[in-house]
Design a protein around this ligand. Structure first.
Ligand SMILES: Cc1ncc(COP(=O)(O)O)c(C=O)c1O
Length: 468
């Protein structure tokens, strides 16, 4: 075996041990060393300047690197919406790393391109779009996917924008809870952030369907034309879903492009128990669904799905002569529907995730994490001093302990690295936030969290009265 194969084996052995230990809950979820000390410990300068690593050196070096990674497989890993990769996607990264087929052009990677086409078709079907009329593409992440979908929406309302520049009267209707990538997209698209007209929401930041007309009126009074209305499924901070049915009907009646950001929750379409949360998603004109959140693929693998297939190529109008000529190509190209030229074989990760677990297995995984989030809510909300603002609708759970400084409390609860979670604001107030994602997170993790809360706050009154 050459050094390539030996090194890959050496790395796989060390990584497999690391994952197994993390799954057992051994060690901290995360350590946050000083970056300069870490650079010294990992001898980064020496390796950068002089090279010379081989499989034996890699096997010695890698554990130090892994020590400073976040152990997403650890049951106490509750901080982010990042997928805990299963075996298939991890192996897909290895395969892509070696073969490197940037397959947005069929000729550059027939297998990867065909797999992307098939997994996208499968996602379109799950959303409820007509398989023959709809279309989609995989992109490097939900932020890029939102930008791509909104570019398609802009092309529909203002097709001249691409050539002549963006008219000054465009708007985007969205709730304040929308992911920041949507506001960023509005700015990148040339609308400007001020063109985002905020929709009225309830106390938990969900769009109020009965107030949609008022939002549209505000847009008209400002002399603006909406390119799209964005709804979330679910919102990043709360994990709560907008009412897609009601919003979809409103958009259909008013001829407004509905974009559903289901980056996080699209995967619930695979769960019989939780699919109802996305009822109405088929009314959308475009949908974003990240496989690298709840479909267990490593980053990145996000889908942009459109109800009318030609809407995506309509958004992009350049051709590079170095990749295209006048011959009739074999297969198909994806370059006309994505921002990227060179893409990794994103579809392979999702394909191998499905090939391992099947859609049923992944649906059960999503359902089990949503169920466990409900259990976290049940136990947390009966704990003295703890309050939960709403019943979770996904694997995202928010809570407060007392009414004091929640960030100071967060530091105390996560200081020993056994539990890793974060915080967010809802309607202006700061809450602690858990994302129940790791397959090995269980009742024991919940018990550890409750113990940590009791240790950090011996008396419920220590952090002030509980907010109503
Ligand atoms: C609802 C929603 N949309 C978009 C994104 C951005 O996705 P990405 O991090 O893949 O760019 C996120 C990320 O958390 C999200 O929660």
């Amino acid at each position: 075996m050459d050094d390539y194969g030996i090194s890959a084996h050496a790395a796989v052995d060390v990584v497999a041990d690391h994952v197994a230990q993390a799954r057992d809950g051994r060690g901290p979820v995360t350590t946050q060393p000083d970056p300069d000390a870490l650079a010294t410990e990992l001898e980064l300068d020496r390796w950068i300047r002089h090279g010379g690593m081989d499989h034996a050196a890699l096997a010695r070096w890698l554990p130090g690197y892994l020590d400073a990674t976040v152990r997403l497989h650890h049951p106490g890993s509750l901080a982010h919406q990042v997928a805990v990769p299963s075996t298939g996607p991890a192996v897909a990264d290895l395969i892509h790393g070696a073969t490197n087929n940037p397959m947005a052009k069929y000729e550059m990677g027939a297998a990867g391109a065909t797999i992307e086409r098939e997994v996208v078709r499968w996602m379109l079907e799950k959303v409820g779009f007509d398989r023959h009329a709809s279309g989609g593409v995989l992109t490097h992440g939900g932020s890029l996917a939102n930008l791509t979908a909104l570019l398609a929406a802009r092309a529909r309302v203002a097709p001249e924008a691409w050539r002549e520049g963006v008219p000054g009267d465009l708007a985007l209707l969205a709730p304040p809870s929308v992911h920041y990538s949507v506001r960023r997209a509005a700015a990148i698209l040339g609308l400007g952030e001020d063109a985002v007209v905020e929709l009225d929401v309830d106390g938990h930041e969900r769009i109020r369907p009965d107030r949609l007309a008022a939002g549209l009126d505000r847009c008209a009074v400002a002399g603006r034309r909406p390119i799209a209305l964005v709804a979330v499924a679910p919102a990043t901070s709360t994990g709560l879903h907008d009412d897609l049915n009601a919003i979809g009907l409103f958009c259909t009646d008013h001829g407004i492009w509905l974009h559903v950001d289901a980056a996080h929750g699209g995967s619930a379409l695979l769960s019989e128990q939780y699919r109802h949360l996305l009822a109405g998603i088929e009314l959308a004109d475009s949908v974003v669904w990240d496989a690298h959140k709840m479909l267990r693929t490593s980053g990145l693998c996000a889908a942009v799905l459109v109800r009318r297939g030609p809407d995506l190529p309509a958004a992009f109008q350049q051709r590079g002569d170095y990749v295209f000529d006048d011959r009739d190509p074999v297969g198909f190209d994806l370059l006309d529907r994505a921002l990227e030229t060179t893409k990794t074989t994103l579809g392979l990760k999702l394909f191998l995730s499905l090939a391992w677990a099947g859609e049923r297995g992944l649906g059960d995984y999503v359902g089990s994490r949503y169920d466990l989030a409900l259990r976290f809510h049940e136990v947390l909300s009966s704990e003295p001093g703890v309050s939960c603002p709403y019943v979770p609708e996904s694997n995202i759970v928010c809570f407060r302990v007392g009414n004091g400084d929640q960030l100071a409390l967060l530091d105390r609860l996560t200081a020993d690295g056994r539990l890793h979670f974060g915080s967010t604001t809802i309607d202006g107030d700061r809450y602690l936030r858990l994302v129940v994602t790791a397959p090995d997170t269980d009742e024991a993790t919940l018990a550890e969290l409750i113990r940590a809360i009791r240790d950090a706050v011996p008396r419920a009154t220590d952090l002030g009265p509980v907010r109503a």
